[in-house]
Unconditional design. Structure first.
Length: 167
């Protein structure tokens, strides 16, 4: 038995085996780091979920849920604030763009409040404030802010003007 023990000790202490063991360990570590880098690259580029099959179904469901929809707003005809006895009227026809079709019922149920907000804002607006592109932009932003406050959890994307007539 002592003879076998001495041969094992000789094999371990040989200078050639130590170097080859370090090389093998270094090579193994390099391969592990390379594989981890490739997996990380695929994950962050978005290819790994697609390769595994889970990403395709998620994107299809997200695309169905993310489709915006338009809701018609009844025509609004009201007078503007002129500061004189001469009446100036505005006729407004618009559409509200919402992020999810599932929120259409919430917006439709609040449509009387939305129309009231449109009327109230337009009655306090002067005709000069509605002229030009800047006036239309300010009107759109003001109406979006008012609709957002009425239908708070619903995401309003835009108010699209179909017709704006000032008499």
């Amino acid at each position: 038995m002592s003879k076998a023990a001495t041969t094992e000790e000789l094999e371990v202490t040989e200078p050639g085996t130590k170097k080859s063991g370090k090389k093998k360990l270094l090579l193994l570590v390099a391969v592990v780091i390379l594989v981890a880098a490739i997996i990380a690259g695929l994950w962050f580029s978005g290819l790994l979920p697609h390769l595994l099959g889970g990403g395709k179904a998620k994107h299809e469901v997200a695309a169905v849920n993310e489709k915006p929809s338009l809701l018609d707003v009844a025509d609004v005809v009201t007078n503007l604030d002129t500061g004189t006895h001469r009446a100036v009227f505005v006729k407004l026809r618009a559409k509200i763009e919402i992020a999810h079709m599932a929120d259409a019922a919430a917006v439709t149920s609040n449509m009387p409040r939305i129309l009231d907000a449109f009327q109230t804002y337009l009655r306090s607006t002067r005709p000069e404030e509605l002229h030009g592109g800047e006036g239309t932009y300010r009107l759109r932003e003001a109406l979006i802010n008012r609709i957002d406050s009425i239908v708070a959890p619903v995401q309003i994307l835009d108010v699209l003007f179909v017709e704006v007539l000032i008499q």
